[in-house]
Structures are given as structure tokens and as C-alpha cells.
Design a protein around this ligand. Structure first.
Ligand code: XMP
Length: 512
């Protein structure tokens, strides 16, 4: 098992993901983990993450001393490298050239970290994001690769098995970065890659049983893959101690509410309460156009209904949620680090405090594609698992401005046509997420011989591996033309269609 100490980097979970992909079990803990807890965990290798902090500042975080005295291999990444150097007697200073994004390292000497991947003398692409840099090495270290902004791009102390890199091998923008991490795990740390999603499932089930005991769990089912996988996993762990509550917000796509009820109640036999709350949600959203107010209103209304239903069921001590890692990182600052709030995701926070329930979040460390693999492991239908993600606040955040039943109706129709065309073209699985957005803009058109003055609709389709970054999908013009024609012909209320070509960042996937 590997221990990842988190100093608050936005990409710490990617380290965990790479380690899991290599088939090695790992856990992420805050850098402030106590020495006793580290000893009890008994890591065979330790990885120190990056951080938005600066080692040169006085109150910046440090790794517990035991990390360097336990006799296990340590890999420091970015800030992890810098604090490792500082703590072992080296020196870190603000760099003259800050490096953000693509950079190149020159490989100077052989090193176990990139054996079989990079050759001495080669210039290799990496992804950097740092201002500070190491200026003096601690004793025992040698430089194995350099870059323009980081003369100590890779350093090694082979006898202690301490390795440190200024760049981020965990991100996909460092080609072969995963191979470097695998070298650290297999060659340097002699770990074996035998851990699998089936093992994750078994461990998750054990954890759920240990946490819940004989308690009752309620789970909010949203119809999406995440909460569904969480529900089926928990049901497998504790059977009918679980009751699912499906709050139908009236903000779902056409036909989706029925699908959820059929799958869970009839197919899985999971106890399910179905609440039709469309009128209540629409009432609360009347006149609301600010995206954050919308999200908060939906969140609060959801909580209210959920609370009432849970009371009716009675005796629940736990609340299950299908929270994924990207929801966590974008909603709260992880381990107190200053990662900023981009959007308040409605499935994180709020509920448990109010209801005095403990959270069960078995997917909290996973990325979407990992959840899908877990879903396969749990026997969920492939078509269901392959569904595009759908946000908790639903169509409300796909209608900028005020939401009305009329607009919801228009959007549903346009969305249905769009997805139908995507499926017909065999493109559904190549796309991470595709949806229509109803713009609060009306434009003039000419239909038949008359003038029209109707809404504009934007189509969005993106590719992504984890929802953290995304690129727009390059549809053919012919495809886009066909969809636009169909929407304008078939959906009353829309007379103009545009295609959104913004990537994330700088855009987000949803419009609000
Ligand atoms: P953004 O728009 O932040 O979306 O780039 C990233 C992914 O998260 C989904 N999303 C949400 N999912 N509750 C959810 O369960 C939410 O409040 C929420 N907001 C966005 C979005 O659809 C995309 O897959």
C-alpha cells in the first residue's frame, strides 16, 4: 500500500488514480497526518503531492518527519520535491522563470525512475506548474534531469530511495508520466500490481458494513450513473437496510424519471420512494435567474423534501451520496488548501448537517470512468452505465435566466432530438456529455413566409476523461446542419441553433 500525502494540489487525486491504474492500493491523507497514524497505516512507499503554497513562506506545510526516517521510498512531486529538499537540508528559492504548462527536461543521467522510458541525452516533454524551485540539493542527492526553469527537474538519492520531480508526472500532459510512477512503484518500491476494481468493490463493501453496522441508510437517487452505482454498491453491502429516495425535481430529461423507477424498483428490487416534486421546485425557482442562487435554491428544496421523506421512513442514521472526486475538489477546498469554489455542486454539503446524518460516500475518491468500471463490476446494464453524466440541478442550469415550464418543455424537445441524432450517428459513446442549452435570447427569423421571434438554442458536446478538463467535440458540419434543421423544424419555440466550441478551462462543461 502506498500513502499519498496531500499538500492541497488540484491534481492530487490524479496521483491516486495513476497508482490505482498500476494496480496498487493507495490512500490520500492530509500532510498533517500524525506520525502514529502513518506508522499504523504502514506504507510501503510515500508520495508527496504538489501544493498551491510556497515552501519559502514561513507557515507553509511540511511533511511529518517520519516520512524521511521510515526507510521507505519517497517520491516528491512539485511542492513535494521542494519541501523534501528543504526538510533534508537543501534550499528552495523563488525561481526567475516561472513555468506553467508544457516544458521540456533534458535527461542527464540514468535513473530508476525513468529506466526503460527515457534515454540519457533525450529531451522530454513534461507539464510544469511552479514559481519556486530548488536551489541547493540536500546531501546524498544527484541531479538526473534539468529544465530551463528548474535546474533540478529530477533529483535522486538512490541509497535512501528518495526521488523528486519538479514537474507533474500524474497529469496526461506529461507523456509517459504514468510509466515514471509505475517505475517508482514497481522497480523502486518493489510493489506488485495485483489490486483491481473487484478488490476495490470488496474493500468498499467492507468499509460500508463497518461504517453502517446495523444502521439504516437512505440514498438520494438522481438517475445518474454515480448515485446509481453508489446505491447498488450499498445495497450489495447491507441489503434492505438501504432505502432510496428519488426526488423528481421536474428538471430531468424526457422519460428519465420513469427509467429510474423501473430500474431500481423492478429490476433491482431496492426499496424506493418516488416523490414527484416538480411543482414545488418550479415554484421556488420562479423569478430566479442567478446561477448560484438557482443551485442553492434547488439544493435547499431538495434537502427540505428529502428531510421530510426521510422522517417518514424513520430511524435513518446515514445518508449515502454518489459524490465523485471532481465534485469534491470543485466544491470545497481540500484539506484546507485554497482551491477555489467554481460552482456549488448540489450533492455536496448542506444535507447531513441539517439532518444530523452521517455521510456514506463510497465513490468519493473515484473519477467517472472508474465509477463506470465499478458499475460493470456490479452488473449494472452497460447502456445505463454508459449514459452521459447529468448534473443534480438538471435542466435548470441549462436554461440561463429564469426557468419556466414552457422553457423546460422546449429544451426537453430539443435535447431529445439532439441526442437521438447523436445516437443515430453512432457518436454517443465517443462523447463525454452532450446536451442542449436554451438561451434567454430571442432572435428574428423567417419561417415560411412569416416572421418568427423565438429562442436560440446552443448545442454542447465535449470529450473528457474525468470532467476536470474537456474539449468540444468536432462534429461534421453536415451533422450539425442536420440537427439544427430538425430542431428548428420540430421544436416550436426555437428558431436558431448554435454550437458551443469552448473547451474547459476556460469554460465549464455546463453553462451555469
Ligand atoms: P462543470 O460544468 O463544472 O461540470 O464543468 C463538470 C461535470 O459535473 C457535472 N455537474 C454536476 N454534477 N451536481 C452534479 O451531480 C452538480 O451540481 C453539477 N454541476 C455540474 C457536469 O454535468 C459535468 O459532467
Amino acid at each position: 500500500r502506498v500513502l499519498i500525502l496531500d499538500f492541497g494540489s488540484q491534481v492530487t487525486q490524479l496521483i491516486a488514480r495513476r497508482v490505482r491504474e498500476a494496480g496498487v492500493y493507495c490512500e490520500i491523507h492530509p500532510y498533517s497526518m500524525s506520525e502514529a497514524a502513518i506508522q499504523a497505516y504502514g506504507p510501503k512507499a510515500i508520495i508527496l503531492s504538489g501544493s498551491p503554497a510556497s515552501v519559502t513562506e514561513e507557515a507553509s506545510p511540511r511533511a511529518p518527519g517520519i516520512v524521511f526516517t521510515a526507510g521507505v521510498p519517497v517520491l516528491g512531486i512539485c511542492y513535494g520535491q521542494q519541501t523534501m529538499c528543504e526538510q533534508l537540508g537543501g534550499k528552495v528559492e523563488p525561481g526567475e522563470t516561472r513555468e506553467f504548462g508544457r516544458a521540456f527536461v533534458d535527461v542527464k543521467e540514468p535513473c530508476a525512475l525513468f529506466e526503460g522510458v527515457w534515454q540519457v541525452g533525450a529531451r522530454e516533454q513534461v507539464w510544469m506548474s511552479h514559481g519556486d524551485r530548488v536551489a541547493k540539493l540536500p546531501e546524498g542527492f544527484r541531479i538526473v534531469a534539468t529544465s530551463e526553469g528548474a535546474p533540478y527537474a529530477i533529483i535522486a538519492d538512490d541509497s535512501r530511495r528518495f526521488y523528486a520531480v519538479q514537474f507533474h508526472p500524474e497529469v496526461v500532459h506529461t507523456p509517459h508520466g504514468d510509466a515514471l510512477i509505475r517505475n517508482f512503484l514497481f522497480s523502486v518500491s518493489s510493489l506488485s500490481g495485483s489490486w483491481t476494481m473487484a478488490a476495490f468493490k470488496a474493500q468498499a463493501i467492507e468499509k460500508i458494513r463497518a461504517q453502517v453496522g446495523t444502521g439504516k441508510v437512505i440514498c438520494g437517487l438522481s438517475g445518474g450513473v454515480d448515485s446509481s452505482v453508489a446505491a447498488v454498491l450499498i445495497h450489495e453491502a447491507i441489503g434492505d437496510q438501504l432505502t432510496c429516495i428519488f426526488v423528481d425535481t421536474g428538471l430531468m430529461r424526457a422519460g428519465e424519471a420513469d427509467e429510474v423507477v423501473t430500474l431500481f424498483r423492478d429490476h433491482y428490487n431496492i426499496p424506493l420512494v418516488h416523490v414527484d416534486a416538480a411543482d414545488l421546485f418550479l415554484g421556488k425557482l420562479a423569478g430566479v435567474s442567478d446561477p448560484e442562487v438557482k443551485r442553492k435554491t434547488i439544493g435547499a428544496t431538495f434537502i427540505e423534501i428529502f428531510d421530510a421523506e426521510a422522517k417518514k421512513i424513520g430511524g435513518a442514521g446515514f445518508l449515502a451520496q454518489g459524490t465523485l472526486y471532481p465534485d469534491v475538489i470543485e466544491s470545497v477546498s481540500f484539506t484546507g488548501g485554497p482551491s477555489v469554489t467554481i460552482k456549488s455542486h448540489h450533492n455536496v454539503g448542506g444535507l447531513p448537517e441539517r439532518m444530523n446524518l452521517k455521510l456514506v460516500e463510497p465513490l468519493r475518491e473515484l473519477f467517472k470512468d472508474e465509477v463506470r468500471r465499478l458499475g460493470v463490476e456490479l452488473g449494472l446494464p452497460p447502456a445505463f452505465i454508459g449514459r452521459h453524466p447529468f448534473p443534480g440541478p438538471g435542466l435548470a442550469i441549462r436554461i440561463p435566466g429564469e426557468i419556466t415550464p414552457e422553457k423546460l418543455d422546449i429544451l426537453r424537445k430539443a435535447d431529445t432530438v439532439y441526442l437521438e441524432e447523436i445516437r443515430n450517428a453512432g457518436l454517443y459513446d465517443a462523447i463525454w456529455q452532450a446536451f442542449a442549452v436554451l438561451l434567454p435570447v430571442r432572435t428574428v427569423g423567417v419561417m415560411g413566409d412569416g416572421r418568427s421571434y423565438d429562442y436560440a438554442c446552443a448545442l454542447r458536446a465535449v470529450t473528457s476523461v474525468d470532467g476536470m478538463t474537456a474539449d468540444y467535440y468536432p462534429f461534421s458540419h453536415e451533422f450539425l446542419g442536420r440537427v439544427a434543421t430538425r430542431i428548428i423544424n420540430e421544436v416550436r419555440g426555437i428558431n436558431r441553433v448554435t454550437y458551443d466550441i469552448t473547451s474547459k478551462p476556460p469554460g465549464t462543461i455546463e453553462w451555469e
